[in-house]
Design a protein around this ligand. Structure first.
Ligand code: EPU
Length: 416
């Protein structure tokens, strides 16, 4: 099993390009199941979660050709609607296949994903939303078994905004009979991006990116091509790493518009930011950051997917700050690992009180989930001495070549 070894305590400097967004690419790939015509997707990130979901749709019968970051998909050959537990348990986003399979084939058997390291992560909103569209859904032997001759447009209000549940319902309603209105939808930028793809396939959608989305169902969707937008969380991760190491980096091929809250917090921490249309430069002028309070909440507020990385930055900052996690009940697994590196963090329920220290010390640590791994990398890059990070397969789920990219920014990091 791979490990990452970092010899820390040097600034990150230079330019880095970010990949396409994993969390945008996953629903896009699921949406290709809605059409029997060929689809072309570009800027697809080379991360493990994408490889897994592609394996899964191949298992269902889709033909997948991949060349670097370009993907050609042909879902005319899909012959199965059964997404097995063995694959779904490794990638929760497999739940995104439920809506498209049911809408196009009238049936879907998708394993319940089960719990995960950051929380219980129920899928009740996906199920209740599809039931509102007329699906007959039973839970049998750990599987969601959904049936519908044709889904029917309806009104559905999400109890709380959910990113993938909004995406699932959007895809299902695109092929339903009549008009669907979804209220209290998630606002994350991956949703208007998915709607853009669906409209290019012939869907009729209005309001994606706002809390009310209206979808007029059509009977078939056709093939198209689509470019996956830049990864806002990878962008934020590199910027936070540069802030923690007192560096000066420019992130290229990105989209500053989707990161307002994170950029604001980095500025509040004392970093100097310059923005272009598709690039962001962060400078620290060699200075230590100031501790910054953060509270995670749905977009456009501070993203839970950047909480762990900001926690690492706060452990090294001047002063104390609180970090409040409001999205997932167990997303503090990195705290115990950061403490092993000397971080001063006190947990009180959903709040972490972080007292910044001038230095952390390298230590052997264990990655527990994707963003926790990124926070340990940031801490390791800024710490004195050597940090060995175990279980880096978590990191490979969502970051493409992060070790090589960090090497190019001057980090002493290697994979063994
Ligand atoms: N929730 C329910 N019932 C549901 C669905 C969600 O109670 O049926 C709750 C969740 O337990 C959570 C909240 O609603 O408390 C929000 O969860 P959401 O459904 O929005 O999360 P998700 O769609 O499962 C996506 C990203 C996550 C990201 C969250 C929040 C993808 C594939 N995943 O998950 O990304 O943390 O939105 O922004 O888009 C990551 O990339 O590291 C990652 C975990």
């Amino acid at each position: 099993m791979d490990k990452i070894i970092i010899t820390g305590n040097g600034p990150l400097c230079g330019e880095v390009r970010v990949a396409g967004a994993k969390n945008a690419a996953l629903p896009i790939i699921a949406a290709t199941l809605l059409s029997a015509e060929p689809m072309h997707i570009s800027n697809v990130p080379g991360v493990r979660d994408i490889a897994t979901v592609l394996q899964l749709i191949e298992l269902l019968g889709a033909k997948v050709e991949r060349e670097d970051t370009d993907l050609s998909l042909d879902c005319s050959t899909v012959h199965s609607v059964h997404a097995p537990y063995e694959m779904v348990k490794t990638i929760r986003a497999s739940i995104l296949l439920l809506g498209p399979l049911l809408a196009r084939f009238g049936e879907a058997d998708v394993s319940l994903p089960g719990g995960c390291a950051i929380g219980t992560r129920p899928v009740n909103e996906h199920i209740m939303g599809l039931q509102a569209l007329g699906a007959d859904i039973r839970i049998e032997a750990g599987y969601i078994k959904a049936r519908a001759t044709r889904l029917k447009g309806a009104q559905y209000t999400f109890d709380a905004p959910s990113v993938t549940a909004t995406e699932n319902l959007l895809m299902a309603a695109a092929l339903a009979e009549g008009v669907t209105t979804l209220d209290n939808c998630a606002l994350e930028p991956e949703i208007p991006d998915l709607a853009q793809l669906l409209c290019a396939m012939g869907a009729k959608i209005e309001g994606a990116g706002t809390s009310t989305i209206s979808i007029e169902g059509v009977s078939t969707l056709h093939g198209t091509s689509h470019r996956v937008p830049p990864d806002r969380i990878e962008t934020g991760t590199f910027l936070t790493a540069a802030a923690a190491t007192r560096g000066d980096i420019t992130v290229l091929d990105t989209a500053p518009d989707f990161l307002h809250h994170v950029l604001g917090k980095l500025e509040q921490a004392g970093c100097k930011m310059e923005l272009g249309k598709d690039w962001i430069r962060l400078r620290t002028d060699g200075k230590r950051c100031k501790a910054t309070n953060i509270t995670t909440a749905p977009y456009p507020a501070f993203p839970t997917d950047m909480q762990a990385q900001f926690m690492a930055l706060n452990t090294l900052a001047e002063g104390s700050a609180t970090v409040v996690e409001n999205i997932f009940e167990n997303r503090f697994m990195h705290v115990a690992e950061l403490q092993r590196m000397g971080a001063d963090i006190e947990l009180q329920g959903h709040t972490a009180i972080v007292r910044g220290k001038e230095r952390l010390q390298g230590a052997p640590v264990m990655a527990t989930d994707l963003r926790a791994s990124a926070s340990l990398i940031i801490a390791g890059l800024a710490a004195d001495g050597e940090t060995t990070i175990d279980r880096v397969y978590h990191l490979d789920r969502g970051y493409a070549n992060i070790d090589t990219k960090l090497q190019e920014l001057g980090a002493h990091i290697r994979r063994v």
